[in-house]
Write a protein that binds this ligand. Structure first.
Ligand code: FES
Ligand code: FES
Length: 126
Protein backbone atom coordinates (compact mmCIF):
# COMPACT_ATOMS: atom_id res chain seq x y z
CA UNK A 1 0.00 0.00 0.00
CA UNK A 2 1.24 3.48 -0.80
CA UNK A 3 1.14 5.93 2.07
CA UNK A 4 0.96 9.63 1.48
CA UNK A 5 3.94 11.80 2.35
CA UNK A 6 1.96 13.36 5.19
CA UNK A 7 1.31 9.98 6.78
CA UNK A 8 4.98 9.07 6.53
CA UNK A 9 6.04 12.45 7.93
CA UNK A 10 3.75 12.14 10.98
CA UNK A 11 4.73 8.50 11.41
CA UNK A 12 8.46 9.22 11.34
CA UNK A 13 8.26 12.49 13.27
CA UNK A 14 5.19 12.15 15.43
CA UNK A 15 4.19 15.40 17.13
CA UNK A 16 3.32 15.59 20.82
CA UNK A 17 3.96 12.01 21.90
CA UNK A 18 3.54 11.47 25.62
CA UNK A 19 1.04 12.12 28.33
CA UNK A 20 -0.10 14.31 31.21
CA UNK A 21 -1.21 13.46 34.76
CA UNK A 22 -4.75 12.19 34.27
CA UNK A 23 -5.72 13.22 37.84
CA UNK A 24 -5.09 16.90 37.11
CA UNK A 25 -8.57 18.48 36.69
CA UNK A 26 -7.43 20.47 33.65
CA UNK A 27 -6.41 17.28 31.85
CA UNK A 28 -8.91 15.37 29.72
CA UNK A 29 -8.16 11.81 28.73
CA UNK A 30 -9.72 9.92 25.84
CA UNK A 31 -8.82 6.30 25.37
CA UNK A 32 -10.34 4.45 22.45
CA UNK A 33 -9.81 1.18 20.64
CA UNK A 34 -10.52 0.05 17.11
CA UNK A 35 -12.51 -3.18 17.07
CA UNK A 36 -11.42 -3.71 13.46
CA UNK A 37 -7.79 -4.26 14.36
CA UNK A 38 -7.30 -4.04 18.12
CA UNK A 39 -5.30 -0.82 17.99
CA UNK A 40 -5.49 1.60 20.92
CA UNK A 41 -5.17 5.38 21.02
CA UNK A 42 -4.84 7.60 24.09
CA UNK A 43 -5.30 11.33 23.57
CA UNK A 44 -4.90 13.84 26.40
CA UNK A 45 -5.84 17.50 26.28
CA UNK A 46 -4.82 20.28 28.63
CA UNK A 47 -7.78 22.60 28.85
CA UNK A 48 -7.78 26.15 30.19
CA UNK A 49 -10.54 27.60 32.36
CA UNK A 50 -11.96 29.31 29.25
CA UNK A 51 -12.44 25.93 27.53
CA UNK A 52 -9.52 26.47 25.16
CA UNK A 53 -7.20 23.53 24.52
CA UNK A 54 -3.72 24.66 25.52
CA UNK A 55 -1.81 21.47 24.84
CA UNK A 56 -2.31 17.93 23.60
CA UNK A 57 -0.39 14.68 23.77
CA UNK A 58 -0.97 11.18 22.50
CA UNK A 59 0.16 7.61 22.74
CA UNK A 60 -0.98 5.21 20.08
CA UNK A 61 -0.40 1.52 19.85
CA UNK A 62 -1.21 0.84 16.25
CA UNK A 63 -0.53 1.24 12.60
CA UNK A 64 1.18 4.13 10.84
CA UNK A 65 -2.12 5.70 9.83
CA UNK A 66 -3.38 5.65 13.42
CA UNK A 67 -0.16 7.25 14.64
CA UNK A 68 -0.31 9.86 11.88
CA UNK A 69 -3.99 10.59 12.63
CA UNK A 70 -3.31 11.10 16.33
CA UNK A 71 -0.24 13.21 15.68
CA UNK A 72 -2.23 15.39 13.29
CA UNK A 73 -5.12 15.95 15.70
CA UNK A 74 -2.77 17.00 18.52
CA UNK A 75 -1.67 19.80 16.19
CA UNK A 76 -5.19 20.66 15.07
CA UNK A 77 -6.81 20.89 18.51
CA UNK A 78 -4.29 23.25 20.07
CA UNK A 79 -5.82 26.70 20.44
CA UNK A 80 -9.32 25.45 19.66
CA UNK A 81 -12.23 25.52 22.08
CA UNK A 82 -13.49 22.10 23.14
CA UNK A 83 -16.71 22.82 21.23
CA UNK A 84 -14.75 23.37 18.01
CA UNK A 85 -12.44 20.41 18.65
CA UNK A 86 -15.33 17.95 18.69
CA UNK A 87 -16.29 19.20 15.23
CA UNK A 88 -13.09 17.70 13.77
CA UNK A 89 -14.32 14.73 11.79
CA UNK A 90 -12.63 11.63 10.55
CA UNK A 91 -13.22 12.78 6.97
CA UNK A 92 -11.16 15.94 7.67
CA UNK A 93 -8.35 13.74 8.98
CA UNK A 94 -8.59 11.15 6.21
CA UNK A 95 -8.58 13.91 3.56
CA UNK A 96 -5.59 15.72 5.03
CA UNK A 97 -3.60 12.47 5.21
CA UNK A 98 -5.03 11.03 1.96
CA UNK A 99 -5.85 7.77 3.72
CA UNK A 100 -7.00 4.87 1.57
CA UNK A 101 -10.46 3.42 2.30
CA UNK A 102 -9.05 0.47 4.26
CA UNK A 103 -7.42 2.94 6.68
CA UNK A 104 -10.47 5.11 7.30
CA UNK A 105 -11.09 3.44 10.65
CA UNK A 106 -7.71 4.76 11.84
CA UNK A 107 -8.98 8.33 11.37
CA UNK A 108 -12.26 7.40 13.08
CA UNK A 109 -10.17 6.37 16.07
CA UNK A 110 -8.70 9.88 16.24
CA UNK A 111 -12.12 11.54 15.97
CA UNK A 112 -13.45 9.26 18.70
CA UNK A 113 -10.43 10.00 20.90
CA UNK A 114 -11.16 13.75 20.76
CA UNK A 115 -14.81 13.17 21.64
CA UNK A 116 -13.88 10.78 24.47
CA UNK A 117 -11.40 13.29 25.91
CA UNK A 118 -13.92 16.14 25.81
CA UNK A 119 -16.56 13.90 27.44
CA UNK A 120 -14.04 13.05 30.16
CA UNK A 121 -13.36 16.75 30.75
CA UNK A 122 -17.06 17.56 31.02
CA UNK A 123 -17.61 14.71 33.44
CA UNK A 124 -14.69 15.84 35.59
CA UNK A 125 -15.73 19.48 35.61
CA UNK A 126 -19.48 19.40 35.80
FE1 FES B 1 -3.55 -2.86 13.81
FE2 FES B 1 -3.26 -1.59 11.79
S1 FES B 1 -4.30 -3.39 11.99
S2 FES B 1 -1.83 -1.95 13.22
FE1 FES C 1 -6.27 -0.18 12.86
FE2 FES C 1 -4.98 1.67 11.70
S1 FES C 1 -5.98 1.83 13.56
S2 FES C 1 -5.19 -0.34 11.03
Amino acid sequence: MAYSEKVIDHYENPRNVGGFDKNDPSIATGMVGAPACGDVMKLQLKIGANGIIEDAKFKTYGCGSAIASSSLVTEWVKGKSIDDAVKISNTDIAEELALPPVKIHCSILAEDAIKAAVADYKKKNQ
